[in-house]
Design a protein around this ligand. Sequence first.
Ligand code: NAD
Length: 293
Amino acid sequence: MSTIGFIGLGIMGGPMAANLVAAGHTVLGYDTRQEAAERLVSAGGAYAGSVAAAAAADVVITMLPDSPQVEQVVLGPDGVLEHAKPGLLLVDMSTIRPDTSVAIAAAARERGVRALDAPVSGGERGAIDGVLSIMVGGDPEAFEAARPVFEVLGATIVHVGPSGAGQTVKAANQLVVGGTYALVAEAIVLLEASGVDPGPALDVLAGGLAGSRILELKRKSMVARDFTPGFRIDLHHKDMGIALAAAREAGVALPMTGLTAQLIAAARANGYGPLDHSVLLQVLENLSGKAAS
Ligand code: NAD
C-alpha cells in the first residue's frame, strides 16, 4: 500500500480519493475548498493542508479543473515538483490540453519524477463505483507502476501512447459524448413536439442500435429536466476547446465537433454553465421555441 497525495477533491476527486482510502492506501488530500477536505477526512483520509504536504508521498494524483490549475499546482512555486521525492509517480487525471501534459512530463523528468497523463471517463457515478475508463499517456514502465492505483479507480485501464496521448484520447471521448447528448436532446425535442411520450420511446432506442451509455444512464433525468451536475457545461466547454485546438494542431477538420462546441457555448451563454451537460436539451428546445417555463 502506498501513500498517495490527492490534490483536487471535487465531484470526481472526492469519491476517487475515498475509494483509495477504502482500498487501504494512506491518502493525504488537498483542496482549496474546506468542505471537500472535510469530506475526505470523514471517509478516513488525512487533510494535507498544502500542496507541499500532499507532494510528500509515493504517488501524487491531481484531479483539477483545467490546465492553468494543474500548471500552478505542479509547476508553480511551492508546487508538487518543488517538493517531490525522487522517483515520485505523478499522475494527472484531470482533463487538460495534451501539450500541457507533454510540458509537465518534461519538467517532471528533469526533477527525477515520472509523470503520466491519465484522464478518465465514466462521470461521477463511475468515480463512486470505481469503474472509470482510464486512458493513460506516458512511459510504459511508469504506467505499470501506477496500475495498482488505477485498478482501484477504474475498470477499463488502457495505455494509449506517450505523454499527451491520454489527453488526445480524452478529447476524442468528449466530442463523442457532447455530440451524443446533442442528438439525444434533438430526439426528445422531436418526440415531444410530435406528441409522442419520450419515456417509452427512449426505452426502445436504448435497446437498439441507437443505444449508448448516455441513453442508458441519462434518459430519465433528461426527460424529467433534472440537470443536477454530474459534469458541468463549464467543463465540457473547456473540453470542446481542447478538442478543437487538438484538431487544428493535427490539421484536420471536425465539423460535427465544431457544431457541438457551439451548442455547448450557447448553453454557457444562456447561464447554464454550472448545470449538467445534459442541459443541452434546453438549448435545443430554445432553438425551436419550445423551452419549458
Ligand atoms: P470539480 O470542479 O468538482 O473539482 C475540482 C476540484 O479542484 C474542486 O474541489 C476545486 O476546489 C479544486 N481546486 C481547484 N483549484 C485548486 C487548486 N489550485 N488547488 C487545490 N484544489 C483546487 O471538477 P470535477 O467534475 O471533479 O472535474 C475534475 C476534472 O475531471 C476536470 O478536468 C474534468 O474535466 C474532469 N472530468 C470530470 C468528469 C465529471 O463527470 N465531473 C468526468 C470525467 C473527467
